[in-house]
Ligand binder design. Structure first.
Ligand code: XIL
Length: 378
């Protein structure tokens, strides 16, 4: 790893550093006549290395976004729903489960020979109001166990992974293990993780069980604390035979963040692997709201940043695959979450709003092409 132990200063000019980047059609060129153009899609490149590539998608896109849906099967081998597997979507009332949207997505994936990740069984967001009102130390364990048995049981043997617990950490809350002061922690204490992982293992033993987390990407203090907290938490869960099998690195990256340190990242992945756990890049996108307006400048910086991050992570055999949080810039959640001060849409994803492959697509292709091959499929 000595060649990548440099700290990267991520200006637009670093795009020139990309070794062996696959070529993308120039911005403004006509959309490909063949689906996806002549070059192999991202998933088929990933598969050559025993990895996978996929995207987040909403069931509404299946009918509502025909242009996007031409490209999804070309590029992807795995899907994850942005919202349809969260409590608020799945469980509008305590005694009512509504699986229609999640089932539509799962059926579409099956028809197209794509796998599906479940996201997510426990989170502090996207919960129905009734849950916040009903959840107490007395009701908590039954509610959580029941939810996981019904939901993971519904999809039994049909999902590749479950994000059993999403975003458990917030060290600033000063709770044990750096856990977030969430509704689940308040009701059940840290054992909510044990309950959730055991329930998921019982309801669907085949889906890989994941802790999914953000803010663990950069060599900056608050993220260093989160990495340390996550490793301590994982070691504790493992020591107590809580059946966690993998870590999801969300990888919501920021193209203007200079503290991308490949040595730190690589060591972190090694530390997770040292606990016997796998690693999945679950939600990659690259915000550009602190970059200038010029599209070529932004696209180059976004691509270089992602390439450097991926290069440090994909080198490790514990990594199973990569998903981006959307395939096309059209509809990225980042425009709501971090709107650019100039009002322009962000360009955080592999395809532009007209479904043309961008420099970020090329960076992903090159990172997958140069990743070491691993046995089996991710
Ligand atoms: C986001 C969705 O993209 C949005 O549409 C929704 O409003 C909020 O949730 N980390 C996660 C995802 O684990 O579930 C979040 O998805 C993005 C951050």
């Amino acid at each position: 790893m000595s060649s990548i132990s440099r700290r990267l200063l991520l200006a637009a000019s670093t795009a020139a550093l990309l070794p062996g980047a696959a070529s993308a059609p120039p911005a403004g060129s006509a959309p490909p006549r063949q689906r996806g153009g002549n070059e192999a899609g991202l998933h088929s490149r990933a598969v050559r290395k025993g990895l996978f590539y996929g995207t987040a998608l909403e069931s509404g896109a299946l009918r509502g976004e025909p242009a996007l849906m031409e490209h999804v099967p070309v590029e992807c081998g795995m899907l994850v729903s942005e919202a349809n597997f969260k409590w608020a979507d799945l469980r509008p009332a305590p005694d009512k489960f509504s699986f229609e949207r999640a089932d539509m997505l799962t059926a579409y994936a099956a028809r197209h020979n794509m796998r599906v990740r479940g996201h997510t069984l426990v989170w502090h967001e996207a919960n129905p109001d009734w849950l916040e009102q009903t959840l107490t130390p007395q009701t908590g364990e039954k509610l959580l166990t029941e939810h996981i048995h019904v939901v993971a049981g519904h999809f039994r043997r049909r999902l590749a992974h479950w994000d059993v617990v999403n975003e458990p950490l917030k060290p600033e809350d000063n709770k044990p293990f750096g856990l977030r002061d969430s509704l689940w922690l308040r009701a059940l204490g840290p054992r909510y993780l044990d309950i959730a992982f055991h329930a998921c293992a019982a309801a669907d033993p085949d889906a890989l069980r994941v802790v999914n987390e953000f803010g663990i990407d950069y060599a900056i203090d608050w993220q260093e604390r989160r990495r340390a907290a996550l490793l301590t938490l994982l070691a504790d869960l493992k020591a107590r035979n809580v059946p966690v099998q993998a870590v999801g690195l969300q990888a919501h990256l920021d193209a203007a963040e200079p503290a991308l340190d490949q040595t730190v990242l690589n060591r972190f992945v090694s530390d997770i692997a040292g606990l016997g756990m796998k690693v999945i890049v679950t939600e990659l996108d690259v915000r550009d709201d602190r970059l200038p307006a010029d599209i070529a400048t932004r696209d180059a910086a976004v691509a270089a940043h992602a390439r450097a991050w991926l290069e440090a992570v994909l080198v490790h055999p514990a990594v199973l695959g990569v998903l981006t949080w959307g395939l096309s810039d059209k509809g990225s959640w980042l425009n709501k979450k971090f709107p650019r001060p100039d009002g322009l849409p962000q360009r955080p994803l592999p395809l532009d709003a007209a479904m043309r492959r961008k420099p970020l697509w090329s960076a992903l292709a090159a990172a997958l092409d140069t990743a070491p091959a691993r046995p089996g499929r991710g």
